[in-house]
Design a protein around this ligand. Structure first.
Ligand code: DC
Length: 245
């Protein structure tokens, strides 16, 4: 693989997105949020009104969805369906609960995996998801498997949702986390697994900054990558858009 490419896989709520963004920012790489791609296709299928359990029907919607990702150096990744920016609309509990119908369909995974590989061919990225180090980029230069206790992940997700103004209970979120772990680890294609050559990081007792710094150190020592200083405005903007502050 010509480009430096860092994969971060792990269960939901391990803090992957924030950490991947922070690490990407420090390393001057772009951040690819592959969960957002599955979310956007889920939203397209919900809007199309097809039966979500019908694999053929959802695959047909996915092919027509005109999904596009806009990666940036210091902004969250944006996702579009056609001309519509759906970045904010894919973060509801309803979308989250329906994703497994979409993520289980082989044809949809093939479509998104191909898109992800194309992006990785053209730029240096930190990519985050469930199957990045195992299926999508088995030759990645650095692979991380990130996890945290389910209770810690549920608390983080709960805080995130409350901050966005959504009305949920902690118990409900904890149940969702357990269910998603099961669904993510049990799927026939693209299941969440640690790649044999991935390095494990337990984020239960680490802040996102500490974990990102761990990855940056690994990138410097193993890939001889250089870091860049981040000015305060960029960091503040990042904090605001990721719930870090
Ligand atoms: O990272 P996230 O919570 O936004 O991901 C949403 C869902 O998408 C997650 O429950 C599983 C699925 N997903 C996947 O199957 N493969 C990926 N590479 C990324 C996400």
């Amino acid at each position: 693989m010509a480009n430096n490419l860092i994969t971060i896989d792990g269960p939901s709520g391990a803090g992957k997105s924030t950490i991947a963004r922070l690490a990407a920012l420090r390393l001057g790489m772009r951040y690819l949020d592959t969960g957002a791609m599955y979310r956007a296709i889920t939203l397209a299928c919900m809007r199309a009104g097809v039966k979500l359990g019908d694999g053929e029907a959802v695959a047909a919607v996915a092919k027509q969805a005109q999904l596009r990702c806009e990666l940036s150096l210091d902004q969250p990744m944006k996702v579009f369906l056609g001309a519509e920016d759906v970045t904010g609309k894919i973060r509801t509990q309803e979308v989250t609960r329906n994703i497994h119908y979409i993520a289980d369909v082989r044809e949809i995974r093939d479509l998104l995996v191909a898109m992800q590989r194309k992006i990785g061919e053209n730029e240096e990225i930190v990519t985050e998801g469930r199957d990045q180090g195992t299926v999508v980029f088995p030759n990645a230069s650095l692979k991380i498997y990130m996890f945290a206790l389910p209770e810690v992940r549920a608390k983080r997700r709960y805080n995130e949702l409350v901050q966005r103004g959504q009305q949920v209970s902690y118990e409900e979120v904890l149940q969702d986390v357990a269910k998603r772990d099961y669904l993510d680890m049990d799927r026939e294609v693209g299941a969440l697994r640690k790649a044999p050559d991935a390095l494990e990081i337990d984020t239960s007792e680490l802040t996102p900054e500490q974990t990102a710094e761990e990855i940056v150190k690994l990138a410097k020592s193993r890939l001889a990558m250089r870091t860049r200083k981040i000015d305060k405005n960029t960091l503040d903007r990042m904090r605001k858009t990721s719930g870090l502050s």
